[in-house]
Write a protein that binds this ligand. Structure first.
Ligand SMILES: Cc1cc2nc3c(=O)[nH]c(=O)nc-3n(C[C@H](O)[C@H](O)[C@H](O)COP(=O)(O)OP(=O)(O)OC[C@H]3O[C@@H](n4cnc5c(N)ncnc54)[C@H](O)[C@@H]3O)c2cc1C
Length: 269
């Protein structure tokens, strides 16, 4: 037996990121953009999960956690990103163009997945800022509408322009040739701003407490028997929203122990 030949023939196994091509980039505001990249064959994920994503900087991978905004059936991968002016990654990532290469981790993970919730009737997806990204994935996944009768996606930002991406995703979905019918009468989009004048204003916690959310949706307040929720936003938003759900009797779940709501940070800091 020729050992050398055998060793060389062995496939090289690597846990490092794969190199993917940028297919399109859309700038929504000075601080927010979205982009689509190639999806490697064999890259599987559950809608709502996040993955490490980044660029090669000075010959080394610079990676950050990113929620996958596209649903798991999509042939491409979509992301929705902040532009932090002096952020190590996003000061560079915001300059990507079609044809450029980005690095993609191999192991999507996360708690904002159907598997972490027990069955229910109404699904509330509560987000601020780029926390909408995992919900852009979940609302475009038919499984969501097979499992729930009503899906309510909320997005709160400081300014109206920051709602452009979520509004676009929801409009596109409602007018989609095949998916439009699936979401008709089942999906509610509930947007609000906290700073700039807008049709609806206020933090999501205030809009829950004063009943405005439930009035708009036409449903009674949170009830652990029928309501399920996912939260994605800043630490403060998560803390305060989680407290309201717990006050209503919902308990936090995980992949290992599914329950009535799940939580994930939109960023650390
Ligand atoms: C589970 C998870 C999922 C994430 N998903 C996304 C996503 O889908 N899109 C996305 O843009 N970011 C997401 N992030 C944040 C992301 O990992 C990076 O922090 C972000 O890309 C900025 O990277 P940076 O190197 O430029 O700056 P960093 O050094 O990472 O951050 C610098 C500072 O910028 C602020 N910041 C970072 N990210 C955000 C943000 N998204 N919104 C508001 N302020 C922020 C924080 O104050 C932070 O301390 C996620 C983070 C986690 C933990």
């Amino acid at each position: 037996m020729n050992l050398n030949v055998n060793l060389q023939a062995k496939p090289v196994s690597s846990n490092g990121p794969t190199h993917e091509k940028v297919l399109s980039v859309t700038h929504w505001t000075e601080n927010l953009f979205s982009f689509r990249i190639t999806r490697p064959s064999g890259f599987r994920f559950r809608s709502g999960e996040f993955v490490m994503l980044g660029l090669e900087v000075n010959g080394k991978p610079l990676l950050r956690a990113y929620s996958i905004a596209s649903p798991n059936w999509d042939e491409e991968l979509e992301f929705f990103s902040i532009k932090v002016p002096d952020g190590p990654l996003t000061s560079r990532l915001q300059k990507i163009d079609v044809g450029d290469t980005v690095l993609l981790g191999r192991k999507p993970v996360g708690t904002l997945v159907h598997d972490a919730l027990t069955p229910g009737k109404n699904l509330y997806l509560l987000s601020t800022g780029t926390g909408f990204a995992p919900f852009a994935s979940i609302i475009r996944d038919p499984e969501t509408f097979e499992k729930f009768e009503h899906v309510i996606v909320t997005h709160t930002c400081r300014e109206t322009g920051e709602l452009a991406y979520s509004k676009f995703i929801v409009d596109e979905l409602m007018n989609h040739e095949f998916l439009g019918e699936m979401v008709e009468g089942k999906l509610t989009y509930f947007d609000s701003t906290t700073r700039e004048e807008h049709a609806r204003m206020g933090r999501i916690t205030n809009l829950i407490e004063n009943g405005e959310l439930f009035n708009a949706v036409g449903l009674p307040p949170f009830d652990p028997a029928v309501d399920r929720a996912m939260i994605c936003g800043s630490m403060d938003m998560i803390r305060d929203t989680k407290a309201l759900l717990e006050k209503a009797g919902l308990t936090e779940g995980s992949n290992a122990a599914p329950a009535e709501f799940v939580v994930e940070k939109a960023f650390v800091g």
